[in-house]
Design a binder for this molecule. Structure first.
Ligand code: HEM
Length: 293
C-alpha cells in the first residue's frame, strides 16, 4: 500500500535532529539509495532528496527545483541547496544520535554530512519569540490535501515536497520593541494569539495569509526552534503537494509583489534554504520507483 512518510503529518516531536548531506565528488547514489530503501520508515524519520541526486540518476520529479535565492529591501534569502535531508524525530537525544550515526554510515559512500542542527519543541509549540507557531495549519483531510501529492501517478502519489530554512533570531532587538510593535510584526497578539486586523500590511500573517493567494497557498508547517553556540532561531519547514504555495508566500515576504517586506526580517534572517522531495512509502519502505530504483 502506498502512503506518505508518517512523520510529515504527525505533530512536531519533543526533539528533532536535522541532517543535511551533499553528494561526494563523482559519487553514484544508486547503491546507497537502494540500501536506504531497505530501511523501514516510521514516524521517527523523514527523508528528502534534492534535485542533484535525481539528475544523476537521470530522473525528474515534476516541480522539484533548487531553492531560489531572493532578496528585497532589507532582506536577503539565500539558497544553500543540499542534496539529501534527514529529519530525525523523537524524545531521546541518545536515540537520535544513534539513529543519525546509522544513517550517516549507510549514506557515506555517496553522501557527506554537511550540517547537523538539533531542534526542540518549546512549550506547546511556540517560536522562541513566544508566539504560537502553527495555529493556521490545515488539519486532518485538509492537511493531507495541502501536503501530499495525488493523481500524479504511481511513484509520485503519496509523496511530498518540503522547503527548509534555518532562521537566526535577534531576540534582544525584538524584546527591546514595545509589546504592541512586536504584535504588529507577527500580526497576532502575544497574550491570546488573536489575529489583529489593524496590523500593518507588513505583518507576517498578513503577508502569508494562505487564503489570500490565487490559487490559495496552503502548506503544512512543522517548524522547530534550534539553539547552539552560534545563536538560536527557527528551523522552518513547510510541506506541500508542490513547492508553489511556499514559494508564493516567500516571494510576498520579500516584497516581490508590492515592495513591502515582512516584519519578521526586523528580528530574524534566513541562513539557509533548500527544497527536497520526500518520496512516498510502499509497504512501509521508500518507494523510489520514480527514480527507476
Ligand atoms: C523566523 C521565521 C518565522 C517565524 C518565527 C514564523 C512565525 C509565525 C507565526 C508566529 C505565525 C502565526 C501563527 C500560525 O498561524 O502559525 C505564522 C504564520 C504563518 N507563517 Fe510563519 N514564521 C516564520 C517564517 C515563515 C516562512 C519563511 C513562511 C513561508 C514562506 C511562513 C509561512 C507562514 C504561514 C503560511 C502562516 C499562516 C498564515 C495564515 O494563513 O494565517 N512563515 N508564522
Amino acid at each position: 500500500m502506498t502512503t506518505s512518510q508518517p512523520g510529515i503529518l504527525e505533530p512536531v516531536p519533543a526533539l528533532g535532529r536535522y541532517l543535511e548531506f551533499g553528494l561526494q565528488p563523482d559519487a553514484d547514489p544508486r547503491d546507497v539509495l537502494a540500501r536506504l530503501q531497505d530501511s523501514a520508515i516510521g514516524p521517527e524519520l523523514v527523508v528528502g532528496l534534492g534535485p542533484a541526486p535525481l539528475a544523476l540518476l537521470g530522473a525528474t520529479v515534476a516541480g522539484l527545483r533548487p531553492f531560489p535565492a531572493l532578496g528585497g529591501a532589507g532582506c536577503d534569502v539565500p539558497s544553500t541547496q543540499a542534496d539529501l535531508w534527514l529529519w530525525l524525530r523523537g524524545s531521546d537525544h541518545g536515540e537520535l544520535l544513534h539513529q543519525g550515526r546509522r544513517l550517516q554510515a549507510l549514506l557515506a559512500p555517496a553522501f557527506r554530512l554537511d550540517q547537523m542542527i538539533d531542534g526542540f519543541r518549546y512549550d506547546r509549540g511556540l517560536d522562541l519569540s513566544g508566539y504560537e507557531d502553527g495555529t493556521e495549519n490545515p488539519v486532518g483531510e485538509a492537511a493531507v490535501a495541502a501536503a501530499i501529492a495525488r493523481d500524479q501517478g504511481a511513484g509520485i502519489d503519496g509523496s511530498s515536497f518540503v522547503a527548509v530554512q534555518q532562521w537566526l533570531h535577534d531576540l534582544d532587538h525584538f524584546e527591546s520593541l514595545p509589546q504592541g510593535e512586536r504584535d504588529f510584526i507577527i500580526g497576532r497578539r502575544l497574550s491570546d494569539n488573536e489575529e489583529l486586523d489593524e496590523a500593518p500590511d507588513s505583518a507576517h500573517v498578513k503577508r502569508t495569509a494562505q487564503e489570500s493567494f490565487d490559487p490559495e497557498a496552503f502548506v503544512v508547517r512543522r517548524s522547530m526552534p534550534w539553539a547552539d553556540v552560534s545563536g538560536y532561531g527557527l528551523i522552518f519547514a513547510a510541506f506541500g503537494k508542490s513547492l508553489d504555495a511556499f514559494e508564493a508566500q516567500l516571494r510576498r515576504m520579500v516584497g516581490a509583489e508590492d515592495g513591502i517586506t515582512d516584519g519578521l526580517f526586523r528580528f530574524s534572517r534566513p541562513l539557509s534554504g533548500s527544497y527536497f522531495w520526500c518520496p512516498p512509502l510502499s509497504g512501509g519502505r521508500l518507494d523510489l520507483s520514480a527514480l527507476g530504483l
